[in-house]
Design a binder for this molecule. Structure first.
Ligand code: CS2
Length: 516
């Protein structure tokens, strides 16, 4: 039985009839223009940029600042949202003091248009090159940048880069769309724009600028020069946990709305957005939605990538192996909570740049509380995706800083060993899963080599060390860290612990070692 349906579909026509507790756009959507073209219309962008922009529009930002959301691959978001006039519900979920789940529901109205790039790349280029466009923002996840994660350089052999250099009218990847779109703007004598990355990458704006300029220089030195001097690429730190929407979420949200929403978004109430105030052609006042404008986002980015994402990844690999399906389930294991507290307090925070006024211990405790949110059901498998793209900025920078300070890294090594362990594609109960990673194939070959080396080395610690040696020599992820014996030894020891005692046993052993 379709639970919903009788109430119809969420769209401009049903908006006024929504229950009073549902917040709705208070601005005139009919006159909303497009000032922002957003590439990568996933759940994160809809729970973050679009929601913050919505708050700005509600509090009086000019109606020029509507968003055109572009999906670079799939049609599903557009298929869901176009019949809804771009409207969708955002459900902010957590638990009250007694542990009972609660939800705040609002309809987001800042999305003016949805497009699917492969269906009509020309239309996307036209949007980037439209006179009204002033910001092009991006959330395509780490792997969308077509770069080498360890060095941060453009990967000239990436299929999207090769394709997009040769096909200016029909690009596929984000770098191609940006550069060919900017080329059109320049050719038409239009004003420059702000290009704003909102992905979890260190110095995301600077990284994107480098990748764009490298690509542009291959086409036209004058274009690269114009982009470098006229467009801006502010860096930003973005933070909000946004799990994948499930059918159960759709049902529950439809029941609360009284109409069907084909793709609502669920998120935690917490939101941080710290963005450098360098906008080439103006911006809405996003402070209304909780954004903070700063001169330098770098310390905030480091804080967030190392604490939030570093801890998330550490938790995710170990939990998938142990069979803990969601983050809150993992957080209910005393060993996991203790491990993350020690990882953050003892190993990560000493590497962080100073942030005046920030109480790091309280920040860490707040993070444990966010992770324990029972209303999100955030899948550990979701966070475990794309480890090759995530580890360098989440864990390995911290490892480098610790080693440079001659400081121990047992918790970080356990996190790295957790990833290597996870790559075997079966959990501790023997349940098989797919390793989703753009480098999955190369990593599988590397694992074979490592197993071979371990067999040749014989038994015990020699074997595990040989194994760790080969795994950490995988340069696209580890760079030169694999040549650092302290790192290899620590990863080997942690891998040994995981093999011999399992995840729960390894977490207890770590605790005993630090207490003793
Ligand atoms: C997570 C992030 O999936 C992941 O890799 O670590 O998406 C995380 O939830 C956000 O960055 C939180 O801001």
């Amino acid at each position: 039985m379709e639970l919903v349906g009788e109430g119809g579909r969420l769209n401009a026509g049903t908006l006024d009839g929504l229950p009073a507790h549902v917040a709705r756009p208070g601005f005139d959507r009919a006159v909303l223009g497009i000032g922002i073209v957003h590439l990568g219309l996933g759940a994160f962008a809809r729970a973050h940029l679009a929601a913050v922009n919505d708050a700005a529009l509600r509090t009086g930002a000019s109606t020029e600042w509507g968003i055109c959301g572009v999906s670079l691959r799939q049609t599903d978001t557009r298929d869901a949202l176009a019949p809804q006039d771009g409207l969708y519900a955002l459900a902010l979920r957590d638990a009250d003091a007694s542990g009972a789940p609660r939800q705040r529901l609002g309809v987001i109205g800042s999305l003016r248009e949805t497009r699917v790039a492969p269906e009509d790349p020309q239309a996307v280029l036209d949007r980037i090159a439209a006179p009204g466009t002033r910001i092009v923002s991006i959330t395509v996840t780490e792997k969308g940048y077509c770069h080498d994660p360890a060095s941060g350089r453009l990967n000239p052999d990436h299929p999207d880069i090769v394709h997009d250099l040769a096909h200016p009218a029909t690009p596929r990847g984000v770098i191609g769309f940006l550069v060919h779109g900017l080329q059109r703007r320049r050719a038409a004598g239009l004003a420059p724009v702000t290009v704003m990355s909102l992905d979890n990458l260190p110095a995301n704006g600077r990284l994107l600028r480098t990748l764009v300029l490298t690509f542009a220089a291959r086409l036209d030195a004058g274009l690269a020069e114009w982009i470098a001097s006229a467009c801006t690429f502010p860096c930003s730190m973005v933070d909000r946990i946004v799990p994948r929407t499930t059918d159960a979420d759709r049902q529950a949200i439809a029941a609360a709305l009284g109409v069907r929403d084909a793709w609502p978004v669920v998120a935690e109430p917490y939101l941080e957005w710290v963005v450098e105030d360098r906008f080439a052609a103006g911006r809405p006042d996003w402070t209304a939605g909780g954004a903070r404008f700063v001169a330098d986002a770098a310390p905030f980015e480091t804080l967030k990538l190392r604490m939030v994402n570093g801890a998330h990844s550490a938790l995710a690999y170990l939990s998938v192996m142990a069979g803990w399906a969601t983050v809150d389930e993992a957080m209910a294991q005393p060993g996991m909570r203790r491990y993350l507290r020690a990882l953050m307090g003892q190993e990560i925070t000493p590497t962080l740049p100073p942030l005046p006024g920030l109480d790091l211990a309280a920040y860490g405790e707040g993070l444990l509380h966010r992770f324990a949110n029972p209303a999100l059901r955030h899948q550990t498998r979701q966070i475990a995706m794309d480890g090759s793209q995530k580890l360098p900025q989440r864990l390995l920078g911290t490892v480098r800083d610790r080693l440079a300070a001659d400081a121990p890294i047992p918790g970080l090594a356990l996190a790295v060993a957790g990833w290597l362990h996870f790559l075997r594609g079966a959990d501790e109960a023997g349940r098989v899963y797919e390793v989703q990673d753009p480098m999955a194939q190369a990593l599988a070959c590397r694992r074979e080599l490592a197993e071979q080396a371990a067999r040749q080395a014989g038994e015990g610690s020699a074997a595990i060390l040989a194994w760790a040696d080969v795994m950490t020599a995988f340069e696209p992820v580890f760079g030169d860290l694999g040549q650092e014996p302290r790192f290899v030894r620590a990863v080997g020891a942690a891998a040994q612990l995981l093999r011999s005692q399992g995840v729960a046993g390894a977490l207890s052993a770590m605790h005993r070692a630090s207490a003793g």
